[in-house]
Design a protein around this ligand. Sequence first.
Ligand SMILES: [Zn+2]
Ligand SMILES: [Zn+2]
Length: 182
Amino acid sequence: MQVVIRPQDIPPQGRHFDFDLDSSQLNERVAEVRKVADHQSLMPPSYVFNSAPKASLKVYRRGNSVEIHGSLFGAYSTPCSRCAEDTEVKLDVPVNITLEKSAGKEGEQDDVAIGYYVGEEIELQSVVEEFAVLALPFSVLCSEGCKGLCTSCGANLNSEMCACPPAEGDERFAVLRGLKIQ
Ligand SMILES: [Zn+2]
Ligand SMILES: [Zn+2]
């Protein structure tokens, strides 16, 4: 489902658009972004939008430029950076962008608040997807106090205590090691 606007059809007072994003299209876009090698080690292994985020936008035309203001909200799941449990994260981001008409190819974008459109139509979902992608965090914790996984046996320390000795170099236990009687 595409939400296509034609800038010349936008009335002077602007027009309101409410729509659900196509979550499979969004998930594909997010997966593409994750493939960029530089980011791979910094980002969680996946972000999945299980339901369609909603966009609520007001679109204005200023000459050949189109201003888009509104918000995007929904939720996605991603593994906790410490224990890898799937964690649901709320997405609620403002959308503010001016799209300028470009005669040729899409220009290099150095300002996220300004974009370009080519031709007579603008596909709103792809404009809004960019804001979802930019809002994704580099790490997510299932809770502030997540204890993570045991580095020896892989047990989830939030739900079980394992019998492994404290790992070497774990600073939480460094004090205790210092107290050992020789
Ligand atoms: Zn966790
Ligand atoms: Zn263990």
